[in-house]
Design a protein around this ligand. Structure first.
Ligand code: ZN
Ligand code: ZN
Length: 412
């Protein structure tokens, strides 16, 4: 089969690899219909997540059709249209029993690196390096899904593929960001990052009763979408001082809930940002705390900071004094999507939530490298490129099309 493989920093190629096989009675094989890029994939491309190996298949947000089931699978049959949660739960450990699926004790068979750095390892993730289980990702014709009865969900009739695919990752991740923020009716919620997850967090915050949502980003098109789809007020951090603006908008009190939907490759302005870039380049810190610092400083006393953007290791000059003295609650995590899917499909069917607009580009797998390049540099107002393996590239239809060895262009 064909698969989009990582071969080094910013080097992606479509290669022919072996078809996946059922390895465990709880497995299913899914024929991929749609498979999206995600912001967290960029940390793999840029080399911030260790333990990637040449030939690893990327992709963790996907929808497809069940084509084969293991002997222990009774919930699904051939032909079922399904989404799969990007983070893998086993369904029977203490953490899965408590619906903390992304903390599963069993699905990451290579926990060593996380145990060393974090003290404990979390769940395995599709297409997310050998530190997270070494599972092949979804940018391929087929994918093996372990523990299917826990991680696979049938798509209800009437919900189109273009909507359902995002219930695999962006929607539940954004939902969990809002859930962790503990939003109360009437809250003011500030969200840093208006990418797919940030936009979904804004809509989730609204559904949970937020009175006002403030989107912080630097791309005008993303801010426009935040306003159009989530009714957010918008702040372009390249044009205004974010702290001053947030204070002005909240009468000096600060947002009740602050959500970091950016993570370790945050951009910013001013000396603090330059300091972080230099330290990260020298590998003296593994993430840039630009957003975290702003969120902790702006958050109202007694408020909540929710961290859903991905961090890998350590950040520098974290404002622990502000966190402690302002009595803030800080929470974070990878998504426990298995817990939210039924609720999310209900909101979708009742029209409160429609993530289909996240798909700004639908391309053949062969344009994978080009698609990631566009997504990374946010050109052509790209929010998410979704690969459709059934679409075959037209010969000579542009850079990267049909090529087996296209590497990503553009500045690093
Ligand atoms: Zn993701
Ligand atoms: Zn488990």
């Amino acid at each position: 089969m064909r698969a989009l493989c990582w071969n080094g920093i910013n080097d992606l190629r479509v290669e022919t690899v072996e078809d996946p096989k059922i390895l465990d009675p709880g497995d299913v094989i899914v024929k991929v219909t749609l498979s999206s890029v995600c912001g967290s994939d960029l940390h793999l491309l840029d080399g911030y997540v260790p333990a990637m190996r040449s030939g690893d298949v990327l992709g963790h947000e996907f929808l497809g059709e069940v084509v084969e089931t293991g002997s222990g699978v009774s919930k699904f049959t051939k032909g079922d249209r399904v989404i799969v949660i990007s983070i893998i739960g086993c369904g029977h450990c203490w953490f899965c029993d408590n619906q903390l699926y992304s903390l599963c004790d069993n699905s990451n068979a290579t926990p060593g690196m996380e145990e060393t750095v974090y003290g404990h390892a979390g769940a395995g993730i599709f297409g997310y390096s050998h530190a997270f289980g070494g599972y092949a990702g979804s940018h391929a014709d087929y994918i093996r899904v372990p523990y299917a009865e826990t991680n696979v969900f049938k798509v209800p009739d009437g919900v189109p593929d273009e909507t359902a695919v995002f219930v695999s990752d962006a929607v539940p991740t954004g939902w969990m960001a809002a859930d962790l923020a503990d939003i109360q009716g009437g809250d003011v919620v500030a969200v840093w990052g208006a990418g797919g997850v940030g936009l979904m967090a804004m809509t989730a915050a609204r559904i949970m009763g937020a009175e006002r949502v403030i989107a912080i980003d630097r791309f005008p098109d993303r801010l426009r979408k935040a306003h159009a789809h989530a009714g957010a007020d918008i702040l372009n951090y390249e044009k205004v001082d974010v702290h001053d603006a947030l204070m002005e908008m909240t009468g000096g009190r600060g947002p009740d809930r602050c959500i970091d939907a950016v993570g370790l490759e945050a951009h910013g302005t001013g000396p603090g940002y330059l300091y972080d870039r230099a330290k990260q380049a020298l590998q003296l810190e593994t993430g840039r705390a630009t957003v975290l610092r702003q969120a902790v400083r702006a958050c109202r006393k007694g408020g909540t900071v929710s961290v859903i953007g991905v961090y890998g290791g350590f950040v520098d000059t974290f404002p622990i004094g502000a966190l402690m003295n302002k009595a803030l609650t800080m929470r974070g995590g990878q998504q426990h999507g298995q817990r939210y899917v039924p609720t999310l499909f209900e909101h979708i069917r009742e029209g409160r939530l429609d993530p289909a607009y996240l798909m700004t580009h639908r391309w053949p797998l062969e344009r994978g490298a080009e698609g990631y390049g566009m997504f990374k540099h946010k050109t052509d107002d790209c929010l998410r490129v979704v690969f459709d393996p059934s679409v075959r590239p037209e010969p000579g239809a542009g850079a990267g099309v049909g090529a087996n060895n296209t590497t990503m262009g553009g500045p690093a």
